[in-house]
Design a protein around this ligand. Structure first.
Ligand code: PLP
Length: 412
């Protein structure tokens, strides 16, 4: 049980101080207990605790949207607020379908996701997502969905520093799906630029660019789910900026408010925005929205988080520390049962060979050892994921690696 937090550390109910190697759940990018955010939240609750987002507005939502548009990829100048990554995904998929219908392409209804992709837990998200356990209890999900192959290839790319060399051709699977259904039936492709929850899976060099070329050629919208990669995780504000590929729609949440108040934001291009905004002014343009869309308190938290990111240059931090982070982790390459270490920016995974007949057991042992020795990492089966707050210092990286090293040795 985690009971309080400050900077890089949690305190737990046993009195332990635990280094946060995960930024909570990939979200506390500016570190814990930031007074600037808690004070902004307190001020906002006292000033305007709630304002309906339907038919009315409030200034902070516009101010926040404008600040976000400034740091977003060039053409993504419009923001729709939600309350979570899952809601951002549902919103993005609905905007994609609506956009084609408004353009007179109503047959464009199919959606394409990717194996091992994670897009939250709502029906659209689990349908385009590619994680079996998130799907198996819930029947068929949405119809009209295809999946690209995932891009993890340990045989060819194990222990790569940064983006792997092999696998750009996996993007060409999109051409096959298009050949099967015809582009005139396909609305959008959604991928995480780097898959987080599916096991920290990197895009091979050139892969995202290839997806962009194919989608553009066929008039299919490209959606990047940047719920994890957004707000500095892989360097720059967004992965799409770091890797130079601009989507039509981008989904975010998590680091948007430093994880302090639940909030998500969907960014869309001018072209998509303008397709909806055809008036007359008294009409609702997009029949979609949540009671808490653009919540004033969440906007206050988000604006304060943005101030911190900018003042402390935290969007540069993942690039500054990338080498140190990669080399420290890759120093564990020869340890027993380590079959892959992959990383980019300030995110990494160590994949372990499973114990015979007991998948996940070895990963759990390492996770437990690390936690009991004061380091929180994330454990998914036999994959350990690290995504520390961007305020991390080199000494914290050493602390993390030392706990992981001991844990991996003990679990052998
Ligand atoms: N999309 C991605 C890429 C995510 O990583 C997540 C959560 O981890 C989500 C969507 C869902 O976000 P939330 O849990 O805020 O609904």
């Amino acid at each position: 049980m985690l009971t309080s937090a400050e900077g890089m550390y949690y305190q737990d109910d046993k009195g332990r101080s635990v280094l946060d190697g995960c930024a909570g759940l990939w979200c506390v990018n500016a570190g814990h207990g930031r007074k600037e955010i808690s004070e902004a939240v307190a001020r906002q609750v006292a000033k305007l605790d709630y304002a309906p987002p339907f038919q009315m507005g409030h200034p902070l939502a516009f101010e926040f949207a404008e600040r976000l548009a400034e740091i977003a990829p060039e053409k993504l100048n419009h923001v729709f607020f939600t309350n979570s990554g899952s809601e951002s995904v549902e919103t993005a998929l609905k905007i994609a379908l609506g956009y084609h219908r408004l353009k007179g392409d109503a047959t464009r209804q199919r959606l394409i996701g990717r194996e091992r992709g994670y897009h939250g837990v709502n029906f659209g998200g689990i349908s385009v997502g590619g994680i079996g356990n998130n799907r198996k209890m819930f029947g068929a999900g949405l119809s009209g969905i295809d999946h690209l192959p995932h891009t993890l290839n340990i045989n060819l790319n194990a222990f790569t520093k940064g983006l792997p060399e092999h696998g750009v051709e996996l993007a060409d699977a999109l051409e096959q799906i298009i050949a099967l259904h015809d582009a005139s039936n396909i609305a959008a492709v959604i991928v995480e630029p780097m898959s987080g929850s599916g096991g920290v899976i990197m895009p091979p060099q050139g892969y995202l660019k290839r997806l962009r070329e194919i989608t553009r050629k066929h008039g299919i919208l490209l959606i990047f789910d940047e719920v994890i990669t957004g707000f500095g995780r892989v360097g720059k504000a967004f992965a799409s900026t770091r890797w130079g590929v601009e989507p039509d729609i981008m989904t975010t949440a998590k680091g948007l408010t430093n994880g302090v108040i639940p909030m998500g934001a969907v960014f869309v291009s001018d072209e998509i925005h303008d397709a909806f905004m055809t008036g007359p002014e008294s009409m609702i343009e997009l029949f979609h929205g949540y009671t808490y869309s653009g919540h004033p308190v969440a906007c206050a938290a988000g604006l304060a988080a943005l101030d911190i990111y900018e003042k402390e240059n935290l969007f540069d931090r993942a690039i500054e520390l990338e080498d140190k982070f990669a080399e420290s982790l890759l120093s564990m390459k020869e340890l027993p049962n380590v079959i892959d270490i992959r990383n980019t920016g300030l995110v990494a995974a160590i994949e372990l060979a499973p114990e015979t007949g007991k998948p996940g057991e070895r990963g759990h042992k390492v996770f437990k050892h690390c936690y009991e020795n004061g380091v929180l990492v994330r454990w998914t089966g036999d994959i350990l994921a690290m995504s520390p707050p961007l305020i991390i210092e080199p000494a914290h990286i050493d602390q993390m690696v030392s706990a992981l090293r001991e844990g991996i040795l003990l679990a052998s």
